[in-house]
Design a protein around this ligand. Structure first.
Ligand code: CU
Length: 182
């Protein structure tokens, strides 16, 4: 009789242990599911925002830097006209071939004093890029070695005239005029 009670107690303990084990399994699975779902949602949303801000060119122009000595360097064309508030892609090419004839194209206000200040900012920035940092700059290409190309896309400003300059040291003769039509 006493042995039967021990057996029953053992059986009950076994059943209790099994249900406890069975009860643990779903408890460990449940928290993993929301944990893996939550981080994936913001990760996929984030890259969509900068992609939407990319400027799609509505028009394109070619702009070249030419000349193989300091007396010949210039932009081609020296004058061009665009429409206001339009995304323009500028395909810039350095057609010079002599070593050291490096050029960029920096779009700035139509003001000689401002042009001088931005050339000075290019010198301050230093080589080999001589890329000026100034809030009045609308857009600028990379500094190109002979034969290299660069393309930039930016929105044209309001109607008026603007300078395009090269900020490589000594290239003050390189000036083009961008006219934005009414
Ligand atoms: Cu130049």
């Amino acid at each position: 009789m006493l042995k039967k009670i021990y057996n029953l107690a053992f059986l009950l303990a076994l059943v209790a242990g099994l249900t406890a084990c069975g009860g643990n399994k779903p408890a460990t699975e449940e928290p993993t599911e929301p944990a893996t779902e939550e981080p994936t949602t913001p990760v996929t949303e984030e890259p969509a925002t900068p992609a939407a801000e990319e400027l799609v060119a509505e028009t394109e122009i070619m702009l070249a830097a030419t000349g193989d000595d300091m007396s010949a360097i210039s932009f081609e064309p020296k004058e061009f006209t665009l429409t206001p508030y339009t995304a323009v892609k500028v395909n810039f090419v350095n057609q010079s071939s002599a070593a050291g004839m490096n050029h960029n194209a920096v779009f700035i206000p139509f003001d000689q004093a401002v042009a001088d200040e931005i050339r000075a900012a290019g010198l301050t920035a230093g080589g080999p890029a001589f890329s000026p940092s100034d809030s009045r700059i609308m857009a600028q290409t990379k500094m190109l070695n002979p034969g290299e190309t660069d393309a930039i896309t930016f929105e044209t400003p309001g109607p008026g005239k603007y300078y395009v300059i090269c900020t490589y040291p000594g290239h003050k003769a390189m000036v083009a005029v961008m006219t934005i039509a009414e």
